[in-house]
Design a protein around this ligand. Structure first.
Ligand code: GLN
Length: 487
């Protein structure tokens, strides 16, 4: 038998092959492991590869398939970003602080995928504690973009996006606090979705900014995005912010026509500094939406311009509180050469955290400190409300909004590392969705100079089905999602 083409294979295609007995999960898993061993030296998308666990899970999946009990993701090889807890498998957040941390429990998303019979290939590299947009802040090594190894894959879920694009897994899960699923998906030419805040449980996701964090699928097409979302979404008693609702079969929402759908084009998202190639690809995509029957209308969301400032007050504030737990006592790295308790605490955090994480902690503690709390943190919360209200109002007029995912295509490694503000600007088009708690998706919409461009849609809270429907209709009318990098 021919080895399966794992570079292109989607979960729904794998399902067909597995159910018809044309390939076993063990064979598929072995093919993906071979692919990992072939390209991983170049891409570096994994912090940990779980060969043995994967083959063991694949054997069990084959038994389950044979007994007629297969679910949509049974036996399909996947990856998890390394900030999602996996019982018995190191969960490092790509930080020296958690380099040797092996959780005693699994995140709810991990558990739900395991219950479906999913096969874990390993843990995806990220910017340390998910802080960054290029995966260069990983405490271990940067991940490279499979389309051009001199360029970044985006971040912070750069490992997951690169692994999916390179065929080192069929799909992955990322976390998105300001754009960390959608932006790397755009830069690597794959699909990435941030669901509504509360749709996917955060239990067992190592916290960065708890009011913004949300887990989402990174997949090769929109159908897989719907399938993976159906598998992981839903209320979880272990996460008090998770929403009580009946999880729909998201794949049933996928339709090829958009007649009657009202889509807004907010002018503020076509910012100065948007690369010409990106703008061109997005404008062309909007014409495709028109041809599919959507009613396209320009609109204005004037508060958009404040989103970046609000985000860089709130996210570091929450991070500074969440990261206080790394004290060298409870878990993680502990400095050994300390004289006193305070000395131990100081050295642990000095040695365990990288420069960007320290910068966030300092920004956050400053914004929360007694004299500045009202001027920064409270003010940012107020502006957050205005941004949310403005978006809510827009969704009385529109079913969805369309815009670019990222202002640029993948940039070169090292290009933005000396200038944090340049780096922060990468997420300017994605973070409003986190601030408002609404869902967003990025789908491939072009290739400029050999590098992928992402098209973003946003919808109202709980509008996942609308979002998937527009993204699917666009995808099916174009060929962009079928392109893979030549590695
Ligand atoms: N790039 C943004 C940041 O550094 C967003 C990161 C994310 O979504 N995790 O905070």
């Amino acid at each position: 038998m021919q080895p399966p083409d794992v570079v292109h294979m989607t979960a729904h295609e794998a399902r067909g092959l597995l159910d018809r007995g044309e390939v076993s999960s063990v064979e598929l898993t072995q093919a993906v492991l071979d692919r990992i061993h072939e390209v991983e030296d170049k891409v570096k998308a994994f912090v940990t590869v779980t060969d043995e666990l994967a083959l063991e899970q694949a054997r069990r999946a084959d038994e389950r398939i044979a007994s007629g009990d297969a679910q949509p993701l049974t036996g399909v090889p996947m990856q998890l970003k390394d900030n999602m807890c996996t019982r018995g498998v190191a969960t490092t957040c790509s930080s020296r602080m958690l380099q040797n941390f092996v959780p005693t429990y699994s995140a709810t998303v991990t558990r739900r995928l395991y219950e479906q019979g999913a096969v874990l290939m390993g843990k995806g590299n990220l910017d340390e504690f998910a802080m960054g947009s290029s995966t260069e802040n990983s405490g271990f090594f940067p991940t490279r973009n499979p389309w051009d190894l001199e360029r970044v894959p985006g971040g912070s879920s750069g490992g997951p996006a690169a692994a999916v694009a390179a065929g080192e897994c069929v799909y992955s899960l990322g976390s998105d606090t300001g754009g960390s699923v959608r932006q790397p998906a755009a830069l690597c030419g794959v699909v990435g979705m941030k669901p509504t805040y509360g749709v996917v449980s955060r239990y067992g996701l190592v916290a960065f900014a708890s009011s913004l964090d949300q887990i989402g699928p990174i997949t090769k097409d929109v159908t897989d995005c719907a399938i993976v979302l159906s598998a992981v979404a839903g209320h979880d008693p272990a996460d008090s912010t998770s929403i009580r609702f009946d999880v729909p079969d998201y794949a049933a929402a996928l339709k090829k026509d958009l007649s009657g759908l009202r889509i807004g084009v907010p002018e503020e998202y076509f910012i100065e500094g948007l690369e010409k190639g990106v703008e061109g690809a997005v404008r062309q995509a909007i014409d495709v939406l028109k041809d599919l029957g959507a009613e396209i209308q320009e609109t204005s969301l004037p508060h958009t311009g404040y989103a970046l400032a609000v985000y860089y007050i709130l996210a570091p504030s929450e991070a500074s509180a969440n990261l206080a737990r790394y004290d060298g006592v409870k878990y993680g790295y502990a400095a050994q050469d300390a004289g006193s308790m305070w000395d131990a605490l100081e050295k642990t955090r000095q040695q365990g955290f990288g420069p960007e994480v320290k910068r966030r902690i300092m920004l956050g503690t400053y914004a929360l400190s007694a004299g500045y709390h009202d001027a920064y943190y409270i003010k940012a919360q107020k502006v957050r409300t205005l941004i949310r209200q403005e978006l809510q109002e827009a969704f009385t007029r529109f079913d969805a909004l369309v815009m670019p995912t990222s202002p640029s295509v993948a940039f070169r490694l090292g290009d933005k590392m000396d200038d944090p503000v340049q780096m922060y600007l990468n997420d300017i088009l994605t973070m409003p969705a986190n601030i408002a708690g609404i869902p967003g998706i990025s789908v491939p919409c072009g290739v400029v100079d050999g590098l992928p461009v992402g098209l973003q849609f946003m919808a109202n809270a709980m509008g996942e089905e609308t979002l998937l429907r527009v993204a699917y209709a666009y995808e099916q009318a174009t060929q962009w999602h079928t392109l893979r990098p030549n590695l």
